[in-house]
Design a binder for this molecule. Structure first.
Ligand SMILES: [Zn+2]
Length: 134
């Protein structure tokens, strides 16, 4: 049986072995890794307030670093952050996220081919998409 985690049965990926996090980054990472659903920066702040982090800017700086090393994604449509569940670092645009309308949990899945098809269809219609997947 798969290990239970923040998103049902898919655990957050582990940190790359060569990455060192600051105390604040580690604190923010821990919140996202153990969360039941994607979190906003303010929800994260509420959870870590008084543990060395007291300002939104500190949360945003930690999130910036976690996104940079590929263990956190920002879900633009809901302005929340989620721990990556893929095994290896990958560009954000390689994944799709299903977000449950009922409980708010998110599920990440690889969708490189589907995303390329969507991009190409949009391009055929003279639509400009946010990112060219390749
Ligand atoms: Zn990911």
């Amino acid at each position: 049986m798969a290990k239970k985690s923040s998103f049902g049965t898919v655990p957050a990926r582990t940190l790359p072995s060569d990455v060192r996090l600051s105390a604040n980054q580690h604190l923010v990472w821990k919140q996202l890794k153990n969360a039941n659903a994607p979190l906003s920066a303010y929800q994260i702040l509420k959870k870590v307030n008084g543990k060395g982090i007291s300002a939104p800017q500190q949360v945003y700086r930690a999130l910036e670093r976690l996104i940079e090393i590929g263990v956190v994604h920002r879900l633009e449509s809901v302005s929340r952050y989620v721990a990556c569940t893929q095994k290896a670092p990958h560009p954000y645009q390689d994944s799709l996220f299903a977000i449950c309308n009922h409980c708010g949990r998110a599920f990440e899945f690889k969708a490189k081919k589907a995303l390329k098809q969507i991009h190409n269809k949009a391009f055929e219609q003279d639509f400009t998409t946010g990112q060219d997947p390749y």
